[in-house]
Write a protein that binds this ligand. Structure first.
Ligand code: ADP
Ligand code: ASP
Ligand code: MG
Length: 422
């Protein structure tokens, strides 16, 4: 008998009918003799609708009340799933994140799990029950306030519970049947990976592959939780996320896949005086406003006036806070203007040992050029090449890179061993 943690995403529970199907699947797993802990996300686009409701009430909702509001979505879904399980004759009880002992940092909207005290979960399991835990939420023990874990946070709840309960596996049940070489909704030729290492999955997730939330993969890697990404609707083989690159022999210059992200906004600070301390002051202001910076870039100063531009990406919902903070330090730093551009997307090629292959960067740029995609910002590292482009050109960019790096045919495969059928 195994202990299985199963997480169902929002699209897998978007209607009452979907919830009944999930309940059947949970009861079937229990029927095989396993202990089952289930984490359900809010139904369909509930979280977005609740956020929208808050914005209809105020432009600046209190972060504390926003978390209180959003956690209701997951509670509703878990309670309904428990009821559906009861109708099938099995015993189940749902718990909120705090009831399940999910303890977090105090940061509303982006709290991190610091510990899980699963006493009530264990008690219920010992009584033979199926235990449902509302994902994406916890409590800060000092403030006693309810917190949320950031978008996609139910993945992290599931993996944290799997870690503390020493579950045999954490199944992430979703609306695709595994992790693909690119988003299969954009690239029909994308191939399902049988296996992917934590490292490669972490890079795909950090690049925006939504199928697993970045922080959940980090958690799984740290605690060695085997993760099985699979369809909520049928029992295909899915993708196993486990092990490190050392366990999986790979060639240098290996490509895992293409990830994309439309959640960012591009901020450009123009006419920045070229002297020590100005760029530091700019990024300190942004950091103090609580904004996470990505792809920061400073141009070479113009010989004519000794000024330069600084560009970076931020989550779209941090744009207002960051530009306001920057305008406050404008006089002090002497820069000319701040611009924000929401119409941008980031596409990333994920792999390993890329720096050792100088041709990779050239091939990346050529593939985008061939698709008529203009590169606005670019960065390269050992494991990732990213470019920022117009949102309207994103799909072409993803497909061009996927084709150019042999991912359509499997020639470039390595990090993950691709399945023959998707
Ligand atoms: P859930 O509601 O189950 O949490 P998400 O919408 O968060 O599901 O994540 C699943 C989605 O991730 C898929 O529908 C797919 O469009 C997207 N996705 C992006 N990149 C990938 C990838 N490389 N492999 C699989 N799915 C991906
Ligand atoms: N409901 C939350 C969200 O939409 C958490 C999750 O689905 O994992 O981001
Ligand atoms: Mg998700």
């Amino acid at each position: 008998m195994a202990l299985i943690v199963q997480k169902y995403g929002g699209s897998s529970v978007r209607t009452a009918e979907h919830i009944k199907r999930v309940a059947e699947r949970v009861v079937a797993t229990r029927g095989q003799g396993h202990d089952v802990v289930v984490i359900v996300s809010a139904m369909g686009d509930t979280t977005d609708r609740l956020l929208d409701l808050a914005r209809q009430v105020t432009d600046l909702p209190s972060p504390r009340e926003l978390d209180m509001l959003l956690t209701a979505g997951e509670r509703i879904a878990n309670a309904l799933t428990a009821m559906a399980i009861h109708t099938l004759g099995a015993e189940a009880c749902s718990l909120s994140g705090p009831q399940a002992g999910v303890l977090t940092t105090p940061a509303y909207g982006k709290a991190q799990i610091v510990d899980v005290a699963p006493r009530r979960v264990r008690q219920a399991l010992d009584r033979g029950m199926i235990v449902l835990v509302a994902g994406f939420q916890g409590i800060n023990p000092e403030t006693g306030d309810i917190t949320t874990l950031g978008r996609g946070g139910s993945d992290t709840t599931a993996i944290a519970l799997a870690a503390v309960l020493k579950a045999d596996v954490c199944e992430i049940c979703t609306d695709v049947d595994g992790v693909y070489t690119a988003d299969p909704r954009i690239v029909p030729e994308a191939r399902r990976l049988e296996h992917i290492t934590y490292e490669a999955m972490q890079e795909m997730a950090a690049g925006g592959a939504k199928v697993l939330a970045p922080r959940s993969v980090e958690y799984a890697r740290r605690c060695g939780v085997p993760v099985h990404v699979r369809s909520s609707f049928h029992t295909g083989p899915g993708t196993m996320v486990s092990g490190s690159a050392e366990d999986v022999p790979t060639e240098h210059g290996a490509i895992t896949g293409v990830a994309h992200d439309v959640s960012g906004t591009k901020v450009t600070v123009t006419g920045v005086p070229d002297r020590p301390g100005t760029v530091a002051r700019i990024f300190r202001a942004v950091a103090d406003a609580g904004c996470e910076v990505d792809m920061a870039l400073q141009n070479v100063p113009s010989p004519a006036d000794g000024r330069t531009d600084v560009t970076f990406l931020l989550p779209k919902d941090s744009g207002l806070a960051a530009t306001a903070a920057l305008r406050k330090v404008r006089a002090e730093t002497g820069f000319a203007e701040v611009h924000q551009d929401d119409d941008v997307a980031k596409v990333s090629l994920i792999g390993s040992g890329m720096r050792a292959h100088p041709g990779v960067t050239a091939a990346f740029c050529e593939a985008l050029a061939g698709a008529g995609v203009n590169i606005e910002v670019m960065s390269t590292s050992e494991i990732r090449i990213s470019a920022v482009c117009r949102t309207a050109r994103l799909s072409e960019a993803i497909r061009a890179l996927h084709g150019a790096f042999g991912l359509d045919t499997g020639e470039g495969e390595t990090e993950g061993e691709a399945a023959t059928s998707g």
